[in-house]
Design a binder for this molecule. Structure first.
Ligand SMILES: *[C@@H]1O[C@H](CO)[C@@H](O)[C@H](O)[C@H]1NC(C)=O
Ligand SMILES: *[C@@H]1O[C@H](CO)[C@@H](O)[C@H](O)[C@H]1NC(C)=O
Ligand SMILES: *[C@@H]1O[C@H](CO)[C@@H](O)[C@H](O)[C@H]1NC(C)=O
Ligand SMILES: [Zn+2]
Length: 654
């Protein structure tokens, strides 16, 4: 919380200091006040979204025109954005935006061609600063504000890589990750998923580099000292889906509406790995309805990217840890494709309802998988997901409020609530609802109608509930519908109240192997399992086997050494395999494996891998300080969100 003195200063600022010259003085003064990092002054935050200052119910941004140029030397963007603003409440006298570490130079109203008054408040830690612009007197309810500004080299949504951190080693690289609350570090905006905007962008960059955004690529123009790239996103998107990447990038066409982009060192491998993209898109369309975004491109990021994939519209960002060489991890692409409907067409109103994005997306991802492979594979994926969920519930505790499907984020950063719960508990709920209404043949038409009815909007859980009840109550299913315990599902803690009877056929071989290796005495008996027994196992069966090992009492190092040989693990390029194997090694206290673990931790930034491994290192006294030292040395190369969360996992409090 802020001290009394700071509050008074802020109140004084709001009350009288809109004149920008005076504002600068105060801003300068504010910057010298140490910022309290954790607690948030909650009265300041929006009643509609506890992670945003903006007040779209008073005045709302509808369009953004971005015009920026990048400087890799200074690690900043400079230029301006035009915000198209509509007054919603007749009495509104200001528009409230989010900003974070932005240096604002000047704000003008474009039609009036006049400077306007504005104030940037002292930052509230992770949430940044409330930016208030006074609405000048003018006929009508529409305004265009031109905001001239620059970003900070420490912008939390931007990752700047030096040439030696790229595959090609010659050129720098930049990529963004704005979900959940980091768009405000790139541009002033109403940084809440409850507001959707169309955007255009003009970005100037050095001549050797290519700029990509989450939009349709328009023309490119050569300048004498660089290149200008134009983009148009004509479908309204939440701010967290604005995305940008700049690097020495190449592309390959992989389908009628798809290119894959990557540094040239990774481009062939990427084109091979993602060759089934169009097939997956068509499968998703058969489930969800037409794909409205025009193109579906993929960008393979450098290894430090924090997520498996990020569903940026028109341009999914993916981690290179998906490049397994055998297309065994493309289910992540199915996930990102599914977001083209859940998340991107229909968006959670705020991140308390994140399951509307992720639970639906996992549910649809598995339907895609079921059609591309078999229904058994669809269920097997759910079984694996359930194992993850059990892990998480155990770690948080059965009673933890973070195990609720709908969470309370007041005073809590969304990154601190992030877990597999909205994904897996959410998909389990939808599976349950599907069963209750009589199966996929009943539920899928409903799903298409849901997307069609609410496309381009932001919803919360009660909107979904109302629509579901309305659609099914007229269909002779009242008895089933009224048996749903909504409160238990939505607000109950712990594991889901009902777990579907998943088909476990695909996992049988893994379970069998795990049993026979568990009871094997490796110091006196020959191995009951040979290479021939395992070489036809699919990647997901091996992954499941390793998950079973990971979940049981640790095995002795000599046994692990033999297993490593039988499964030819050093040859396996699948990152999910490597991840589980390294965790097993740490849990079994295999000291010689620590250097390999650290090496991998310094290479990849994907939180799904990095966080559990760091937690394992922390758990074992032998590796605790090594893990902490390694993190501290490597932190500057990590994306903000990865560093932020690992810092908490390692109990490093600054
Ligand atoms: C955007 O900036 C470029 C220079 O980087 C300029 O040539 C162009 O006219 C600007 N566009 C608009 C719409 O102002
Ligand atoms: C009611 O739910 C059960 C599963 O709980 C399902 O088997 C049955 O088909 C449902 N009835 C209707 C009319 O959809
Ligand atoms: C494994 O075999 C060795 C040698 O025969 C024996 O000493 C040991 O007790 C056995 N371990 C278990 C767990 O049975
Ligand atoms: Zn997702």
């Amino acid at each position: 919380m802020l001290s009394h003195r700071e509050r008074c200063l802020i109140q004084a600022l709001i009350a009288c200091v809109f004149a920008s010259s005076v504002y600068y003085l105060i801003n300068y003064y504010f910057q010298t006040i140490p910022v309290e990092n954790k607690l948030v002054n909650m009265e300041q935050l929006s009643p509609l979204d506890p992670s945003s200052f903006s007040r779209p119910e008073l005045a709302v941004v509808t369009n953004i025109a971005i015009n920026l140029s990048v400087s890799f030397e200074k690690k900043i963007f400079t230029g301006f954005v035009n915000l198209y603003v509509q007054k919603v409440d007749e009495g509104a006298s200001e528009i409230i935006l989010d900003s974070k570490d932005l240096k604002i130079h000047k704000i003008t109203e474009v039609d009036l061609n006049a400077e306007v008054k504005y104030a940037v408040e002292q930052p509230h830690g992770e949430f940044g600063s409330k930016l208030t612009i006074e609405l000048p007197s003018k006929n009508g309810n529409n305004f265009i504000f031109k905001i001239e500004y620059e970003t900070s080299p420490d912008a939390s949504g931007l990752q700047w890589l030096s040439p030696d951190q790229t595959a090609g080693k010659k050129h720098p690289y930049l990529f963004s990750q704005f979900q959940p609350v980091h768009a405000r570090s790139f541009l002033p905006c109403q940084d809440t998923p409850g507001v959707k905007i169309k955007y255009t962008a003009t970005i100037s960059a050095p001549p050797q580099l290519t700029v990509l955004m989450s939009a349709i690529r328009d023309q490119t123009r050569e300048l004498h000292d660089g290149k200008l790239f134009h983009f148009v996103q004509d479908i309204p998107v939440p701010s967290y889906l604005i995305a940008i990447a700049i690097g020495a990038l190449e592309s390959r066409k992989i389908g009628p509406r798809s290119h894959v982009w990557a540094e040239k060192e990774m481009i062939e491998q990427s084109a091979f790995e993602f060759a089934s993209t169009e097939h997956q898109l068509q499968t998703a369309e058969a489930i969800c309805g037409p794909y409205v975004w025009g193109i579906y491109d993929l960008l393979v990021l450098p290894p430090s990217s924090p997520f498996g994939g990020m569903e940026n519209p028109c341009l999914t960002f993916v981690t290179p840890t998906l490049l397994a060489g055998d297309r065994s991890l493309v289910n992540v692409v199915a996930h990102e494709i599914a977001h083209s409907w859940s998340g991107n067409l229909i968006t959670n109103r705020n991140f308390e309802h994140f399951w509307l994005n992720e639970g639906f997306t996992v549910f649809i991802e598995r339907k895609i998988l079921g059609r591309l492979l078999t229904p058994q594979d669809q269920d097997f994926s759910a079984v694996e997901g359930l194992a993850d969920l059990k892990d998480t519930v155990k770690r948080f505790g059965e009673d933890s409020p973070l195990t609720r499907l709908v969470v309370d984020l007041k005073g809590l950063h969304p990154d601190d609530a992030f877990s597999t719960v909205p994904y897996e508990k959410g998909q389990t709920f939808l599976r349950y609802l599907e069963e209750i209404v009589g199966g996929a043949s009943e539920f899928e038409p409903f799903l298409r109608k849901y997307f069609d009815t609410y496309k381009y909007k932001s919803l919360d859980t009660s909107d979904f509930k109302k629509f579901f009840i309305k659609e099914f109550s007229a269909s002779g299913k009242q008895e089933n519908i009224s048996s749903i315990d909504w409160d238990l599902w939505l607000y109950g803690t712990g594991l889901p109240p009902y777990i579907p009877d998943y088909d476990k056929t695909v996992g049988q071989i893994s379970i069998h192997l795990h049993e026979s290796l568990s009871s094997w005495n490796e110091s006196s008996e020959p191995s009951p399992v040979k290479l021939d027994d395992v070489k036809y196992m699919s990647a997901s069966q091996i992954i499941y086997f390793l998950q079973l090992v990971l979940d049981s009492t640790p095995w002795a190092v000599p046994k692990l050494k033999q297993i490593e040989k039988i499964f030819e693990l050093p040859k396996n390029k699948n990152s999910e395999v490597k991840f589980r194997w390294l965790r097993i090694c740490v849990k079994s206290k295999w000291e010689d494996k620590i250097p390999e673990v650290l090496l991998w931790l310094n290479e990849v930034g994907r939180m799904k891998f990095v966080r559990p491994l760091y937690r394992d290192l922390y758990e074992w006294e032998f590796s605790r300080s090594t893990g902490i030292e390694n993190f501290k040395a490597n932190k500057k190369y990590m994306m903000h969100v990865s560093a932020y969360t690992v810092e908490r996992d390692l109990h490093i409090h600054e």
